[in-house]
Design a protein around this ligand. Structure first.
Ligand code: CA
Length: 347
C-alpha cells in the first residue's frame, strides 16, 4: 500500500508534461498540511546532513548492512532541494474523473498496452498460471505506473529517501524506507547507481517502495537477482505476486460503470454495502450502455468516485472484490478505475 502522499506522487509521474500537481477531489488527503517552510530553511539544514548520515550508517550497521554497501550507496549524497519542493507543492487544481482518465489512459496508451500484451503473451500466460492474476491487469498497472517501464523516475532512490528522511516532515517513514533500500542493495539485487525511482522513492517498472520490494518482489527470470528496473519478467511477476497476496479473485473482474434509475437512494451506495447483482438489478441498476447486469451470483458495491458540486453523486460504478485489491496497491478510486478501464481494453 502506498500512503496518500505517494498516490499523489504517482499521479504526477503519469503526467510528466504537467507543470503542476494533478489532483482529484477523491484523492485529496483530508487535512492536507500546509507547511510554510521556505527553501532557505531546507538548504540551511545542509550543514547537519553529513552528521545525520553518520547516524544512518550507525543504524544500518546495527541492522547488518555491510560497510561496502554503506560506502558506495551513501557516497556523495546530499539533500536535493527539488525533492523538498515537490514534496511541499500544494495541489493547484482538481481533475474530474473524465479528465483524469483522459490523461492516464489516452488512446495511445491503450494501443501500446495491446502491443505490450501481445509481445509478452507467453510470460503473461505463465504469470496467470502461477499467480492467478490475468495478464491484462498486470499490463494495465505496468502502463499506468511506469508507461511500460519507460518512465521509472530519474532520481537516485537512496538520495531521494535520504532527503525526505532528513527533512523532518515524515522522517520515520522515509528513514525506514532508506534502510530497506540499503538492504536491497546489500542483497545484491541492484547497484546504487541503477536504483532509480520517483522523487518519493517508488522504484522501477512496478514503482514499488523499498518495503513493497522486500515483501513482494520476485526473481522471475531466474538470474538470482530481483531486478524490477531492467527485467520486465521480474517487474511483471512482482506486480502479479503483489495482487495475488492482496487477495485477487481470478473469477472476478474489477467492476464496471453503471447507470442508476431516477430517484436511486444514494444511501444504498458505499464500498461497505455490497449486494448481489440480482438485488441491484431489482433496484434498476443497469450497465452504462443501458443493458442488464450480468446474471452471476456475485456481490458488488455501488460507488460514486467523484463528488459533484451541490452534493450530487456524479458517475456511478459497481465494483467487485478485486477493486479493493487495486486500492491496496494505490489508495485512489480514480487510479483503480483507470487500471480497470485500461485492462478492459486489452485483448
Ligand atoms: Ca531476475
Amino acid at each position: 500500500m502506498k500512503p496518500f502522499f505517494l498516490v499523489l506522487a504517482a499521479v504526477f509521474l503519469l503526467t510528466p508534461q504537467m507543470g503542476t500537481q494533478a489532483q482529484t477531489a477523491a484523492d485529496a488527503p483530508e487535512n492536507y498540511e500546509i507547511i510554510d517552510t521556505t527553501m532557505a530553511t531546507a538548504i540551511g539544514t545542509m550543514g547537519a546532513f553529513e552528521q545525520w548520515i553518520e547516524g544512518v550508517k550507525e543504524e544500518a550497521r546495527e541492522g547488518g548492512i555491510s560497510e561496502f554497501t554503506l560506502h558506495y550507496a551513501l557516497r556523495g549524497i546530499h539533500p536535493i532541494p527539488r525533492i523538498i519542493e515537490l514534496d511541499r507543492r500544494q495541489p493547484e487544481f482538481t481533475l474530474t474523473l473524465g479528465q483524469y482518465l483522459n490523461r492516464t489512459i489516452p488512446a495511445s496508451r491503450v494501443k501500446r498496452a495491446r502491443r505490450k500484451f501481445a509481445e509478452n503473451r507467453e510470460l503473461l500466460k505463465e504469470l496467470q498460471e502461477k499467480y492467478q492474476v490475468p495478464g491484462r491487469f498486470i499490463v494495465a498497472l505496468w502502463g499506468i505506473e511506469s508507461d511500460f517501464g519507460n518512465h521509472t523516475g530519474g532520481f537516485s532512490v537512496i538520495n531521494a529517501l535520504a532527503t525526505l528522511a532528513h527533512d523532518g516532515r515524515r522522517s520515520a517513514y522515509f528513514r525506514k524506507e532508506l534502510m530497506n533500500a540499503l538492504t536491497i542493495i546489500d542483497q545484491g539485487h541492484v547497484t546504487p547507481g541503477d536504483m532509480v525511482g520517483s522523487w518519493a522513492g517508488a522504484m522501477g517498472q512496478a514503482q514499488f517502495m523499498p518495503s513493497t520490494f522486500l515483501n513482494h518482489a520476485t526473481d522471475h527470470d531466474g538470474d538470482g537477482r530481483i531486478d524490477i528496473w531492467n527485467s520486465s519478467p521480474d517487474a511483471l511477476a512482482s506486480g502479479a505476486n503483489y495482487l495475488r497476496k492482496a487477495g485477487w479473485n481470478p473469477d472476478l473482474t474489477w467492476g464496471r460503470e453503471v447507470t442508476l434509475p431516477k430517484g436511486f437512494d444514494s444511501e444504498l451506495a458505499g464500498k461497505d454495502k455490497p449486494r448481489y447483482l440480482s438485488a441491484w438489478s431489482w433496484y434498476g441498476v443497469k450497465r452504462a450502455d443501458g443493458g442488464p447486469l450480468p446474471k452471476r451470483a456475485i456481490k458488488g458495491a455501488i460507488i460514486f468516485p467523484e463528488k459533484k458540486k451541490g452534493g450530487k453523486p456524479g458517475r456511478a460504478f459497481l465494483v467487485y472484490d478485486n477493486f479493493p485489491v487495486i486500492l491496496d496497491w494505490n489508495r485512489s478510486n480514480f487510479f483503480a478505475i483507470a487500471v480497470g478501464r485500461l485492462a478492459d481494453q486489452i485483448y
